[in-house]
Design a protein around this ligand. Structure first.
Ligand code: S3P
Length: 171
């Protein structure tokens, strides 16, 4: 049975773009949890936050993690807050290898500053918000069993690191 590969990490660490290519390379199906939640609810992430609040969004994430329990052969790119709920960590671990992506704060800020779709960064001082959230989330992404620094490595090298890890990993 093919285990899922679950990419975790803060916003702007490259989960969606790396995940998409990784899935193609492995011959797995790709799922982005933000996009899946949008499809299920018929609302954009931004609308969910605005109309129903962050708690509702977090419960959609847990519902989705439960739905994914029965599926294998997926590369799953998670939203940056997915691991805030320990239950999600346990759910995703049941049939998935958690791979962490990280980058230094200034690199993250550079990557996210001109993207307008992230509700947590909207109408805020992006630098302050990123530093604050990183502080609040310290240790959260350590749930990953292997982590790649996408600020240090170019896209292709990050991808190869992950593929090599998955290949060498005792199953
Ligand atoms: C969030 C990250 C976003 C998205 C939502 C909340 C977070 O996903 O799930 O805006 O709490 O870090 P990305 O990490 O793909 O930006």
């Amino acid at each position: 049975m093919k285990t899922n590969v679950v990419l975790v990490g803060f916003m702007g660490t490259g989960k969606s773009s790396l995940g998409r290519t990784l899935a193609r390379r492995l011959g797995y199906r790709f799922i982005d949890t933000d996009l899946a939640i949008e499809k299920i609810t018929g609302l954009t992430v931004e609308m969910i936050f605005r109309r129903h609040g962050v708690i509702r969004f977090r419960s959609e994430e847990t519902l989705l993690a439960k739905r994914l329990l029965g599926k294998t052969g997926l590369v799953i790119s998670t939203g940056g807050g997915m691991l805030l709920n320990k239950e999600n960590v346990e759910l995703l671990r049941q049939n998935g290898v958690l791979i962490g992506l990280r980058a230094d704060p200034e690199i993250i800020i550079n990557r996210v500053k001109n993207k307008k779709h992230r509700p947590l960064l909207k109408k805020t001082n992006i630098r302050e918000t990123v530093y604050r959230l990183l502080r609040e989330r310290e240790g959260v992404y350590d749930a990953a069993e292997f982590t790649v620094d996408t600020g240090q490595l170019p896209f292709e090298a990050s991808l190869n690191e992950i593929i090599k890890y998955l290949k060498d990993r005792p199953s």
